[in-house]
Design a protein around this ligand. Structure first.
Ligand code: ATP
Ligand code: MG
Length: 332
């Protein structure tokens, strides 16, 4: 069976529509056909400031949302990144084979460091993609299901694995990104030119998985559209409406073309009402299940410990291969 690895940052209390559509939906399906490893990447989350108490909560909440959305911790390996030391250990080795200019071309760093400026952004934010490469390579992943925003990082991961193998002999597996075209990028409702992001600053533009029905409905009804009356999928000319159509297509199971036909002759008010209903229907059971799981943190921690011990076994073996290949003297 092919192996897969993917993860999300515990950088907020809730995941959002983009995380669910771009990643979680695929994760759920792929655990039946793959040897799947799903990680809550807390080491990544601290590349921008996090409140320590909040981070602890957010980590449990993220894991709970994975399970509530359909990840089965028996079938898949589900764990917290900082519980497996090999991630930072392999990242160090990969740091030494990454060119400074190569790391400097990563657009996520450019986007995320815009606010404070590159002089003040952390070096951790700069080397983020190298740690991500370590995450993936430790599990010999063949495939990495992610959203479009991660394409460049997976490409870097492939390059690093290839380079390592060339220099030190065949050691690491080169993974491929699996990006679903339709759901690859969900946009902020208020700023349909920007990606919906956990760490975004758009309280009304982010559709949280754990929002209540009233909040979800209000946000979707206030989504930015355009002044033309027609419901039509055209991401260039009509980014807001196209984003709503994408959300409708995912939650209703219709294709984009079917959704367009469904809304032919309808106005934006009707479109928004139906998107809101479809999103509420999709999210309500996930929210309820998440709350149930969070009411028993000891059980959640037990599941995460089980996952960490499985992950550790695989990760330690890969790291040992890497250490041997590099020529580190084995401790006796
Ligand atoms: P942050 O703002 O803290 O980076 P994020 O919302 O970008 O948070 P991540 O934890 O970085 O979320 O990414 C988790 C997964 O969700 C990745 O696979 C990523 O590609 C996917 N993803 C994130 N945002 C979107 C989006 N707007 N549309 C589709 N997929 C997304
Ligand atoms: Mg992100």
């Amino acid at each position: 069976t092919p192996r897969l690895f993917s993860g999300m940052q515990p950088s907020a209390d809730s995941l959002h529509f983009g995380n669910w559509a771009g990643a979680l939906l695929q994760w759920k399906d792929m655990q039946d056909t793959h040897d799947a490893t799903y990680c809550v990447v807390d080491l990544h989350a601290i590349t921008v400031p996090q409140d320590p108490k909040a981070l602890t909560h957010q980590t449990r909440r993220t894991a709970a949302q994975y399970i509530a959305a359909g990840i089965d911790p028996e079938k898949s390996t589900l764990f917290v990144q900082s519980h497996v030391p090999a991630h930072t250990q392999l990242a160090w080795v990969l740091n030494t084979i990454t060119a400074f200019g190569e790391a400097g071309r990563m657009t996520q760093f450019k986007d995320k460091s815009q606010k404070e400026g590159t002089d003040h952004a952390s070096v951790g934010l700069f080397t983020y993609p190298i740690l991500q490469a370590a995450d993936i390579l430790l599990y010999d992943a063949d495939v990495v299901p992610v959203g479009e925003d991660q394409r460049q990082h997976i490409e870097l991961t492939r390059d690093l694995a290839g380079r390592f193998n060339q220099r030190f002999g065949d050691t690491l597996v080169q993974p491929e990104a699996k990006i679903l075209k339709e759901t690859a990028k969900i946009y902020d409702l208020q700023h349909p030119g920007s990606k919906m992001s956990k760490s975004g600053e758009s309280p009304q533009g982010i559709v949280w998985l754990l929002d209540d029905e009233k909040t979800l409905t209000k946000k979707i009804k206030s989504a930015v559209t355009d002044s033309e009356p027609e419901v039509r999928f055209d991401p260039e000319a009509k980014p807001g409406v196209s984003n709503l159509l994408t959300m409708f297509s995912i939650t209703s199971g219709m294709t984009i073309a079917q959704a367009e036909a469904h809304f032919a002759g309808s106005g934006y008010g009707d479109l928004k009402t139906q998107v809101a209903e479809a999103v509420v229907a999709a999210f309500a059971p996930i929210k309820a299940r998440t709350e149930e799981l969070l009411s028993d943190p000891a059980e959640l921690d037990r599941l995460l410990a089980l996952g960490a011990s499985r992950a550790n076994e695989v990760a330690t073996a890969t790291l040992q291969r890497v250490y041997d290949a590099v020529g580190f003297l084995a401790p006796t």
